[in-house]
Design a protein around this ligand. Structure first.
Ligand code: PHE
Length: 345
């Protein structure tokens, strides 16, 4: 067959094919069929070598110009099909569809509860105080009536940095630091992180406490009880009751642990006939430790003997668990946004 004629017929064939190709995929198949390595053009070119050498240049030139035209045909149809595809997509696009709302973060429940508690105490006239998390043995223990070798030091599994330096095990050192810097009368609360070498279902190596301290002339256990009752009712609701149980802390005398009537069963011990899992049917749950500041602590602060005062300390995660009925302490530290997002105000 005449190679020149065969080359020319390729142009017409591709024109027809392009007209029929209605998708980019079909067009690509066509391109491979005509212009690919094993395509129609390539197979004509392979018979070039069988021609007498004198005829080869003319056929070669023809082949080049046919190749250019094939490419041009192909590119033109491709542009057409692409434009068509875009027009179809645009026709489907509905500009009135509402956009996706940006994801909004929320405050952590520990932060929310800390802020709520601080707001209640600010309302009662307390100032906010703070102290370092890396603390001296002196402020964490000694000034709080726990000299070296005092057995009460074992109550708190301490993380030591060196012999005299530790991660504070409670917020009580802020009591001492506050008294060293201020004269009575005063009322402060100190929220912050505390650390203990402890980790299981109900203990985490870091948790949050809020310390309270009120010092002045004639401050008594009655003021302590009144203050804590007001706090508990503001945070847990006006019907919540408070009960003091005698306890021991080296830095308070007398000392007490405070229970509140269970906020899950309302103090009844049962919910819908089932035993209450939060208070274990007792109707009460422990919420904090407190007491009248021990004279030995006033002495470390250089305070006169005629002042008196009370102090208390509570765990923020514990308050949040009771308030929201959260059963697992670990949820506060896992940062699962499905959990955290439920507390947005
Ligand atoms: N610091 C004590 C604790 O962490 C709590 C407490 C504070 C008790 C103030 C009495 C007075 O267990």
């Amino acid at each position: 067959m005449d190679l020149i004629a065969a080359l020319e017929s390729l142009v017409g064939d591709l024109e027809t094919g392009c007209g029929r190709a209605s998708s980019l995929a079909a067009l690509e198949e066509l391109r491979v069929d005509f212009l690919g390595r094993k395509g129609k053009l390539a197979s004509i070119m392979s018979s070039l070598s069988s021609l007498p050498p004198a005829e080869r240049p003319a056929v070669g030139q023809k082949a080049n110009s046919v190749k250019e035209r094939l490419n041009a045909l192909f590119e033109a149809r491709k542009a057409e099909l692409e434009a068509q595809k875009e027009a179809e997509a645009l026709a489907r696009f509905d500009p009135t569809t509402p956009g996706r709302a940006p994801w909004q973060g929320t405050l952590h429940p520990t932060t929310l509860v800390t802020e709520e508690i601080c707001a209640v105490f600010r309302h009662l006239g307390f100032d906010i105080a703070s102290g370092p998390e890396v603390e001296n043995d002196y402020y964490n223990f000694e000034a709080l009536n726990m000299p070296p070798e005092h057995p009460a030091r074992d109550m708190q599994d301490t993380l030591y940095i060196d012999e005299r330096t530790l991660m504070r095990t409670h917020t009580s050192p802020v009591q001492v630091r506050t008294m060293l810097g201020r004269k009575p009368p005063l009322a402060v609360i100190a929220p912050g992180k505390v650390y203990r070498r402890d980790s299981d279902l109900t203990h985490t190596p870091m948790f949050h406490q809020i310390e309270g301290l009120m010092v002045g002339e004639g401050i008594s256990m009655a003021h302590l009880r009144g203050t804590l009752t007001a706090f508990v009712r503001a945070v847990f609701g006006g019907h919540t009751n408070v009960r003091f149980r005698p306890s021991f802390f080296p830095f308070t005398e007398p000392s007490a642990e405070v229970d509140i009537s269970c906020c899950i069963c309302g103090g009844a011990g049962h919910v819908n006939g089932e035993p209450c899992r939060v208070c274990k049917t007792t109707g009460w749950v422990e919420i904090l430790g407190c007491g009248m500041v021990d004279p030995a602590v006033f002495a470390s602060a250089g305070y006169p003997e005629d002042v008196s005062g009370f102090a208390f300390g509570m765990g923020v995660e514990r308050v949040a668990m009771l308030k929201y009925g959260i059963g697992d302490l670990r949820m506060f530290f896992e940062n699962d946004v499905r959990f955290l997002g439920q507390f947005a105000g």
